[in-house]
Design a protein around this ligand. Sequence first.
Ligand code: ADP
Ligand code: MG
Ligand code: MG
Ligand code: MG
Ligand code: MG
Length: 441
Amino acid sequence: MSADVTKLLKKIEADDVQFIRLQFTDVPGMPKNAAIPVAQAEKSLTDGTWFDGSSIEGFTRIEESDMLLKADPASYALLPWRPQEGKVARFMCDVYTYGNKPFEGDPRYVLKKVLADAAKMGYTYNTGPELEFFLFNLVDGKPTTQFADQGCYFDLAPMDKAEDVRREIVLSLKSMGLEIEMSHHEVAASQHEIDFKYADALTTADRVMTYKFAAKAIALRHGLHASFMAKPIAGINGSGMHTHGSLAKNGKNAFYDANAKDGLSDTALYYIGGLLKHAKAITRVANPTINSYKRLVPGYEAPCYISWSTTNRSAQIRIPAARGNSTRAEFRSPDPMCNPYLTFACLLAAGLDGIKNKIMPPDPTNTNIYHLSAKERKKMKIDMLPGSLAESQAELVKDKVICEALGPHILETLATIAEAETDAFRLAVHPWELDRYLATY
Ligand code: ADP
Ligand code: MG
Ligand code: MG
Ligand code: MG
Ligand code: MG
C-alpha cells in the first residue's frame, strides 16, 4: 500500500465514513456513481473498482463493457447533507478500460488531454463559471415550473423565501472545498446564482458537478426542485453558465500586459481570436440541448452574436475591467445543461489554436450589438451563433480543432444524441402549434 493510500484511509476512518461514492460523469454531463462500503476502500484506492459501463449514456458497447473506476485522491469530500453518523464520502473518478487504458469516452479524460497540451506550451488553464438555476416547487414529488419565491435581482428576505435553501447550499459547498465568492437572487423570480472562486479547469469542472448535485439534493429536502435547465419558462430570463477563463505561465497571468493597449497581452488577444473562430462548434457542447437555443435569443442577457467587447455585456466574450492577476475573458454563451469537462476542453482547445496560429481578433465591439441593424452587423463582420441543436451539430463536424479535442468516441456519441433529440422534437406536436392552429384551421 502506498503512503498516500495509507494516509487517505486514516482520514476516512477519522471522519467516521461508512460509504464511499465513486463518482464520474457521462457524456451528456449527468453525474453517475457507485457506492462501496468503507471495507472496500483499500482495494478500490489501490486497484480501482470494476463496473459494467454498458448502460451509461455514450459510454460503451456491450462487448467491451467492463470498466474500471480509479478515484482521484484530491477530490475526497464528505457529503454534508447525508447522515452525520456513518458518513458518506465521495471521490471523483477517472474511467479506465479493460486494458488499463484511459477511456476515450470519459469527459474527465478529454479535458485532461487538452490540459496536457496546454501544459506542453507552459500554460495552466483557470476557469471560474457562474451557474444560475431556478428553485421550483415540487408537487406530488414532481418538478413544476411554479416559483418558490417572487424575489428579483439582489433581493433580500423576506421577499426571498428561498434564502434559507441557498444558505444551506452555500454552507454545504463551502464544507466540500469550494470558496464561495458571492451568492445572490437573480433577475427572474426563483432564480439564483452562487459564484465560487476560480481554479484549474479540472478542479473547477469537478466543482460544477458538485454544485449541481448539492443544489439538487438540498432543494429536495425543502420540497423544491433545483433546475439547471437553460430556458424553463418562455419570456423569462434563462439560466446561463458564463465561464471566465485565463491562462497562467510560471505562476503569472499570461493575459495581462501592463504596457499593451487595454492591458491585454498578445496571448489574450490570440486566445480571444481562437474562441471567436471556433465559437460555432463550441456551441454544440456548451449549449447541448434543444432547449439551450431558446435562451440564445435577443432581449435578455444571453448572447446570440459572435463578438467580443471590453465594455458591454451584449457581446459573447466580455473582458471584465479588472487587470493584473484577474485579467480574464468571460465566455457568456454556455448554459448549465452543458458537460463542464467537455465545455472547458473545447474552450481551451480553441484558445490554444488561437495562440499557436496567432489568430488576431477584429476590434472589440463596444456598442450594444442588439441595437445594430443587420446591415451594420454585416459591415462589422459580426456573425450569429447557431440557432438550433441541428445547426451547431453541423458546425461541430466541420471544425477540425474541436473535433480533435473531443476525439472520435465523444463525437460519435454527440452526433447520435443530436439526431435522436432533433427527431423526437420534430415528431412532437408542441403546445404552441395547438394554440396557433387548432382553432383557426
Ligand atoms: P460577473 O461580473 O460576470 O458577474 P464576477 O466578477 O462575479 O463576474 O466573476 C466571476 C468568476 O470569475 C468567479 O468565479 C471568479 O473567481 C472568476 N475569476 C476571477 N479571476 C479569474 C481569472 N484570472 N481566471 C479565471 N477566472 C477568474
Ligand atoms: Mg454573476
Ligand atoms: Mg448571473
Ligand atoms: Mg458576479
Ligand atoms: Mg457574468
